[in-house]
Design a protein around this ligand. Structure first.
Ligand code: HAM
Length: 403
């Protein structure tokens, strides 16, 4: 028997319903904020992710589903959605238009990680990317929007925020940090020793306990921001306070992708174990330029759908549509014809075999239909149907024209 690959899952029944409910809810909210749907290819040139997510990031250096296709092209299954959306934005020359653009997307992402609870190799994200808006009001608005999505899904969360500075304040800070880390390098893990040379700020979110214990003394970017980054970050905290959205400033929140600057945030849940991040995002004002577009400020986020699956409070299923069945074999085809006509407007469950009343009523409950519609010998002869409203319990016999 062939099974799905490690870290990949089939989705059906209750889980599939949860999945659809999450996506439908997120789409509904995103549309209210002016986002329109974008679909980009799952397979892209590998260089796209190297240039955007970053060569030295774990995602690119260890976790890519990368291969050569039959034409000898170096391609990769997308590990995240932002890079493809930015590429599409530049490909369509939207960077040369004055209009601001807002896109939402959902779909599978692929990372060759070690599978564990909450960590899959194929997982799904719902994401939003907003282009052309440099104001911190947009960062705030995105955070409100995610909070709204989680509220409508009945999910509690903690919000972590940080500022990753900009090309003015990040380089001197990085130098400072490298000096600090070099002094304690003997005590840091092997990965962190490598990171000092490649991507020193990633040392800040190393999961190794020894490394973490040494970091409280490290210089903090938040204390070394330039004027513009500092005032934006202050504004963001004020806006969140005013909106009543609780947050924690986490100076070690650096995110696993290299394209961020200024605002970075993560939504976490303490109900799902070690892989607690349920959404993440931030500002990436330089990425459009890195991917050969005109300078365009941008900010976005992605929610991990599988991570919130078990947290979602599903709405009580309402009785809906019709259950239709025949009580004599001669009525079966009449029922099928009527059902297919009705399906032009309503959900209909049809039973193809002729059955007794009790057995049909079990089917009505199982299908959760609002109306039971049965045709027996008398109804067939008289051109009528028997119909029962399962909510009001009212039942009657009506003509086919009336039905
Ligand atoms: P990310 O933090 O790498 O950001 O992923 C976003 C979310 O995807 C995570 O918070 C988590 O819920 C989920 N996720 C990540 N990896 C896995 C996995 N292996 N298994 C299950 N769920 C996972 C991004 O991908 C950025 N593109 C977000 C963004 C959009 N930033 C700006 N715009």
């Amino acid at each position: 028997m062939i099974k799905p690959l490690r870290g990949m899952k089939d989705l059906m029944f209750d889980d599939a319903q949860r999945f659809v409910h999450i996506v439908t809810t997120a789409v509904k909210v995103a549309k209210r904020y002016g986002y329109s749907y974008i679909e980009t290819p799952i397979l892209e040139e590998t260089s796209l992710f190297k240039r955007s997510v970053g060569d030295s990031s774990d995602i690119v250096s260890k976790e890519m589903y990368q291969f050569e296709d039959k034409g000898g092209n170096d391609v990769c299954m997308r590990p995240e959605g932002t890079a493809g959306v930015v590429r599409a934005f530049v490909s369509a020359k939207l960077d040369r238009q004055p209009m601001k653009q807002k896109f939402y997307y959902y779909g599978p992402m692929f990372r060759y990680e070690r599978p564990q609870k909450g960590r899959l190799r194929e997982f799904h994200q719902f994401g939003c990317e907003s282009f052309g808006e440099a104001s911190v009001y947009e960062d705030f608005t995105l955070i409100v929007m995610i909070s709204q999505i989680f509220k409508e899904l009945g999910i509690g969360f903690d919000l972590l925020i940080n500022s990753l500075g900009c090309p003015e304040c990040m380089p001197p800070y990085r130098e400072n940090l490298v000096n600090f880390l070099t002094d304690i390098k003997e005590e840091l893990c092997e990965d962190c020793n490598r990171r000092i040379g490649t991507n020193p700020i990633r040392v800040l979110d190393c999961k190794n306990e020894k490394c973490q214990s040494l970091l409280p003394q490290s210089p903090k970017l938040i204390d070394n921001l330039c004027e513009s980054c500092e005032s934006d970050f202050k504004k963001l905290t004020e806006l969140l306070d005013e909106a009543g959205i609780a947050y924690t400033v986490d100076t070690n929140l650096v995110r696993g992708l290299d394209y961020y600057n200024k605002t970075a945030f993560e939504f976490v849940s303490n109900e799902i174990g070690a892989q607690s991040a349920i959404a993440g995002g931030g500002r990436y004002d330089k990425l459009v330029e890195y991917l050969d577009g005109k300078p365009t400020p941008a900010v976005g986020f992605a929610i991990g759908i599988e991570r919130i699956m078990e947290l979602v409070k599903m709405p009580q299923p309402q009785r809906e549509g019709y259950y239709m069945g025949a009580m004599v074999p001669e009525a079966v085809e009449k029922v099928i014809m009527l059902a297919n006509d009705k399906r032009a407007q309503k959900k209909v469950t049809v039973e193809y075999s002729s059955k007794g009343f009790k057995s049909h009523m079990k089917g009505v409950d199982k299908s959760n239909a609002r109306f039971a519609v049965l045709i027996g010998e008398d109804e067939l002869k008289n051109g009528t149907v028997w119909i029962k409203d399962m909510e009001s319990k009212e039942e009657k016999t009506i003509s086919l024209e009336e039905f």
